[in-house]
Design a protein around this ligand. Structure first.
Ligand code: MLT
Length: 261
């Protein structure tokens, strides 16, 4: 499916029936990240999975800063285009930053939130600087060294070989301008901690015990602040918990749906 707003075109999958679940992929990835969720959940729910602007088959960016709020506005356009008034909004990692930005702007469109392998706090000064340096490096020489650094940190320590190959090839096919825009946008993201206490919808927080990029402590911190939240730390999962342990991840979503459907 395709949604076009202003000059931006966003590709998305929209499969199944029932209370919609919109899933937002993370950095250096695209909507194919959610294949195991589409395979495991669309018999019971409607799953909508967009490519963020600059990634997958959606329009290119030009390397400019794409704020989490701008990505969230794109997600709203996808919901509008799919005629969805309210959905469960789920995001992993950078997708979680965007899910929180979406809730901050469009709470009335949210039936529940899934925050996977993500955090509410902004970058430290050093992390921000590193992102901006990486964005410049991607601009100068392309994304391959960033992919080489990040790929081994995305999955658990002994990942399934097929999953490892698929994740790496997903990262390798992403384009420099979109990567630069996302790096600059993540560096600019605000602290969402104050929002957490005011989240009124049910929230599922998922982490991986082997997450090398965003440790479970970040999820515990969000869980302590969000009133109606459930925290699940999947023992054998790394950063991309939905790939490492797809069955466990999908099962948690099914349980969560009992609260929101
Ligand atoms: C992601 O997986 O989306 C990124 O690792 C998030 C981040 O770098 O903060």
């Amino acid at each position: 499916m395709r949604c076009t707003h202003q000059d931006v075109s966003l590709e998305y999958d929209d499969i199944g029936d029932g209370v919609p679940l919109l899933l937002i992929h993370g950095f250096l990835l695209d909507r194919t990240l959610w294949r195991p969720q589409i395979a495991g959940l669309t018999q019971i729910y409607r799953v909508i999975a967009p490519d963020l602007r600059g990634f997958g088959q959606s329009s290119d960016t030009h390397g400019e800063t794409m704020t989490m709020e701008q990505y969230a506005a794109d997600i709203k356009s996808v919901l509008d285009s799919a005629n969805v008034k309210q959905a469960v909004i789920g995001g992993i990692s950078m997708g979680g930053y965007i899910a929180l930005a979406f809730y901050a702007q469009y709470a009335d469109r949210v039936r529940g939130l899934i925050l996977a392998n993500t955090r509410a706090v902004p970058d430290s000064k050093e992390a921000r600087q590193a992102r901006l340096t990486n964005a410049q490096k991607v601009s100068d020489v392309g994304p391959s060294s960033l992919v080489e650094t990040m790929a081994p940190q995305m999955l658990k320590s002994a990942p399934n070989a097929e999953i490892e190959i698929a994740a790496r090839s997903m990262m390798m096919r992403q384009r420099s301008p979109g990567i630069m825009s996302a790096l600059r946008g993540m560096a600019a993201r605000p602290d969402r901690t104050a929002l957490l206490r005011f989240v009124t919808v049910p929230v599922l927080i998922v982490s991986g015990a082997q997450d090398a990029l965003i440790p479970p402590s970040e999820s515990e911190a969000m869980h302590a602040l969000i009133p109606n939240s459930r925290l699940v730390i999947i023992k054998d999962a790394g950063h991309l918990s939905n790939l490492d342990e797809a069955d466990a991840f999908n099962q948690e979503i099914r349980e969560f749906y009992k609260q929101v459907a």
